[in-house]
Design a protein around this ligand. Sequence first.
Ligand SMILES: Cc1cc2nc3c(=O)[nH]c(=O)nc-3n(C[C@H](O)[C@H](O)[C@H](O)COP(=O)(O)OP(=O)(O)OC[C@H]3O[C@@H](n4cnc5c(N)ncnc54)[C@H](O)[C@@H]3O)c2cc1C
Length: 464
Amino acid sequence: MQRRDFLGGIACGIAAPFAASAQDIHVPATDWKRTLPEYLSVQVAVVGGGPAGICAAVSAARTGAKVALIERFGVLGGNLTLGHVSPILGAVCPGTMADELRKLLNANHADSPRVKTRNGFEEHIDHEEAKGILAKLTSDAGVQVLLCTSVTDVIRDGNRVTGLVIDTPQGMRRIRADVVIDASGDGRAAAAAGAEVKIGRDSDGLTQPCTLEFVVENVDESVAITAWGGTDPVKLPSGEEYRQLCRRKNQAGELPKNVSIVRLHRTFYPGERSVNATQLNRINPLDPIALGKAETELRGQIDACVAFLRKEVPGFEKCRIKSSAGTLGVRETRRIMGDAMVDDRDVEQGKKYPDAVVHNAWFLIDIHNPAGSGQAEGHSQPAQPYDIRYGSFLPRGIEGMLVAGRCISGTHRAHASYRVMTICMAMGEATGIAAALSVKTGQTPRQIPASAIRDILVKRGVQL
Ligand SMILES: Cc1cc2nc3c(=O)[nH]c(=O)nc-3n(C[C@H](O)[C@H](O)[C@H](O)COP(=O)(O)OP(=O)(O)OC[C@H]3O[C@@H](n4cnc5c(N)ncnc54)[C@H](O)[C@@H]3O)c2cc1C
């Protein structure tokens, strides 16, 4: 029997156990066109102003479309700003908007020392500066940005999405759009449109844990280490491996449950570390009560991690919190099933496809353990540069809609690779072109051949 999640999306995977009650509530479609005033009419509406949504909106506008970008928070960037995520990870072929964004975010920091890890040079983010950079990027492209506005439903004509329902500070309104791109991370609009949805791993429906990232300052650079993960063999002045110290302190109860590594990334600025450590497992990040509890729990974990750093790690004795994420870091929720999907073999074997619109995507299969500490498979697994086919952005059975970013069509393991920001940016760029071409030609996004998107990418200098 098909299960529906609370927006009406069909959950065709094993339902996440924690979400069972939420998933059975189905809100019947409402005649929004009759009941709500039209606020805006655009050609392309993009849901979510994170890395994928920003690139989708700018890319569609540069291809000639009239575009609105709708973001529920008061600032653009998603995880790149409010989520305090850093560094920018992953790779795609040269020439995409990911290169452009990296350049913009790095422009004032050419002289900043760079850290090389097994994943290449770390690309830091100044989260505060990024807010202005992203706002200017969208505004320069002529994108109409709507802030403090949540998308709550879609407007449909049969199986074709023709607009969005939005909750604005003025109340509920609707937007008319020829094409909608769902870059909400959660696949919120696609689920509302009735898309097939999978959540979590096939065996038990569990998703990757949630994290609140933060930055500490007042670190003594003459002795302080960096540490990119549980396989980083970096040593402390005592000779002990830092990861061993973390494990020891976790087992002794001095670090929070499931926090077996406190990752310490450089930022652009000496004396700072971006800390990716806190962890909450088995929560449903689509459930607002769970989100409220997670906030309290993870703020407590931040304090515990800072206490650990001050007490145990040379150079961190006087560190203090400089800033922290303004929203819970959610790695994984809905994956919207599409005409094609990125599967495990694509990522493991580096499969190439003629209908690819993201080429040579690469990042490790990085599954933060859904059931406990560390990695789900012992350590992150290797990946080969792989292609993402256009069909992975087309929700099965739904017209007038594309998805981009971490909610695209793929397996749980493949998602653990393509969810990183570089790859999400390239997805956004490709879907923005597709949406604008759909508007220009009067064809649905599904009727647009991948070759037409590829032609524009190549004209932009993307090395497909
Ligand atoms: C803790 C953590 C650490 C990570 N570490 C790294 C890392 O080091 N490097 C890396 O490259 N990647 C990392 N990632 C992954 C990466 O940050 C995300 O997968 C990526 O940001 C996804 O981009 P996105 O645009 O799809 O979604 P998001 O960045 O989540 O953006 C989605 C946007 O949509 C908005 N939105 C959601 N619902 C609605 C709605 N209904 N109406 C309007 N707006 C809406 C949100 O507010 C948000 O701004 C990490 C993720 C987490 C959670």
